[in-house]
Design a protein around this ligand. Structure first.
Ligand SMILES: NC(=O)c1ccc[n+]([C@@H]2O[C@H](COP(=O)([O-])OP(=O)(O)OC[C@H]3O[C@@H](n4cnc5c(N)ncnc54)[C@H](O)[C@@H]3O)[C@@H](O)[C@H]2O)c1
Length: 278
C-alpha cells in the first residue's frame, strides 16, 4: 500500500490546529507538543473530524526530542509539510526558556526538517508581529541570527543576559531570528525543491494570548487591538488563510518570506495612535 504523505505539526495550540485542519486532509498528521494532553486533545479533535492524526510528546527546545519526532514521522511516509506553531510567550516563561524554545528550537527544527523534506514540500513557522515592532538590528547581527549554526546561536553576544531587557525583548529577538532563519533555510530547502516561510500574527485569541491579556502587559495588548486599524484581535482561522496561500499551489513563488497579519497594529505602532510617546 502506498504510504500517505506526512505533515508535522509542532505545537498543538489553536494556530497550529487551524492550519492543520486547512492543509492536513489526506495526510498523516504527527501532532507534537511538550504537553502530551494538548497533543492528545488536538489529535482527538482532528481524528473526530476525519483527519488522521497521531499525538506525540515532544520538546521543541531539545534537539534529541525533535530528531525522535522526525524519525517516527519518517516511518509513516514522505514528509511533505511542516507547521511549526509551538512556542512560549513573554508572560509564560523566563528569558532563558523563551530563547531555548522560540529561538534555538525553531532553528534546529527548520534545519533538521530541511534535510529530509520531500521535493515539492512546504513549511510555515509562526513568528510574531512583536518582532516587527523591535528596532532594526545591524546587517551583521541579522546575518548572525540567520546563519550561525543552531548549537552556537545562544552564545551570540546580542543574546547574552546583559543585552536582553526583559522577556518581551527576548521574545522579539527570538521572533526576529525566526524570520532570518527562514530566509537562510529557504535557500537550502530550495535545493530540495521545497519552500519555507514564516507568518507573523498580531494578537490572535488563543490560550497563549489569553495568558498575555492576564499578564503584566495585559492593558498594553488590549489597547493594541482596540486601536489597530482592524479594531479587534484576530482568529487562528485567519492565520490559516495566510498559511493556505503560502502552503498551496498559489504560493509556489513564495519562499524565504515573512507575512505580517496583525490587523494593522504594526502600521499603527509606527505611524498611528499606537505610536509610543518618546
Ligand atoms: N496568539 C497570539 O496572539 C500570537 C501572536 C503572535 C505569535 N504567536 C505565536 O504563535 C505560536 C502558536 O501559539 P498559539 O497562540 O497558537 O498558542 P497556544 O497556547 O494555543 O499553543 C502553543 C502550544 O505550544 C506548546 N509548547 C510550548 N512550549 C513547547 C515546547 N518547548 N515544545 C513543544 N511544544 C511547546 C504549548 O504546550 C501549546 O500547546 C507561538 O509560537 C506564538 O509565539 C501567537
Amino acid at each position: 500500500m502506498r504510504q500517505k504523505e506526512v505533515m508535522i505539526l509542532t505545537g498543538a495550540g489553536q494556530i497550529g490546529m487551524a492550519i492543520a485542519r486547512r492543509m492536513g486532509a489526506g495526510k498523516t498528521i504527527i501532532v507534537g507538543d511538550k504537553k502530551p494532553e494538548n497533543a492528545q486533545a488536538v489529535a482527538k479533535i482532528l481524528n473526530e473530524a476525519g483527519y488522521d492524526a497521531l499525538p506525540m510528546e515532544m520538546d521543541l527546545s531539545d534537539r534529541k526530542s525533535i530528531l525522535s519526532l522526525l524519525e517516527k514521522a519518517q516511518e509513516r511516509g514522505p514528509m511533505t509539510m511542516l507547521v511549526n506553531a509551538a512556542g512560549v510567550s513573554p508572560s509564560q516563561a523566563p528569558i532563558e526558556t523563551i530563547l531555548k524554545v522560540d529561538l534555538y528550537g525553531t532553528a534546529v527544527l527548520l534545519e533538521e526538517v530541511g534535510k529530509i523534506i520531500a521535493s515539492g514540500g512546504v513549511g510555515v513557522t509562526i513568528s510574531s508581529q512583536s518582532g516587527h515592532r523591535m528596532a532594526q538590528l545591524t546587517p551583521e547581527q541579522d546575518e548572525l541570527l540567520a546563519c550561525t549554526p543552531p548549537e552556537e546561536l545562544l552564545a551570540l553576544e546580542i543574546l547574552q543576559p546583559e543585552n536582553i531587557r526583559d522577556t518581551l525583548h527576548a521574545y522579539q529577538l527570538a521572533k526576529r531570528c525566526n524570520e532570518k532563519r527562514v530566509m537562510a533555510e529557504a535557500v537550502k530547502w530550495g535545493a530540495r525543491g521545497a519552500r519555507i516561510n514564516s507568518i507573523s500574527p498580531g494578537i490572535i485569541v488563543t490560550p497563549l494570548a489569553i495568558d498575555e491579556f492576564n499578564g503584566p502587559r495585559g492593558d498594553f495588548y488590549k489597547n493594541m487591538f482596540a486601536n489597530c486599524p482592524a479594531g479587534r484581535p484576530g482568529t487562528a482561522d485567519e492565520v490559516a488563510n495566510v498559511a493556505e496561500l503560502l502552503m498551496g499551489e498559489k504560493g509556489a513563488f513564495i519562499t524565504g518570506a515573512d507575512f505580517l497579519i496583525d490587523g494593522g497594529a504594526t502600521a499603527s505602532y509606527f505611524y498611528g495612535p499606537l505610536k509610543p510617546e518618546v
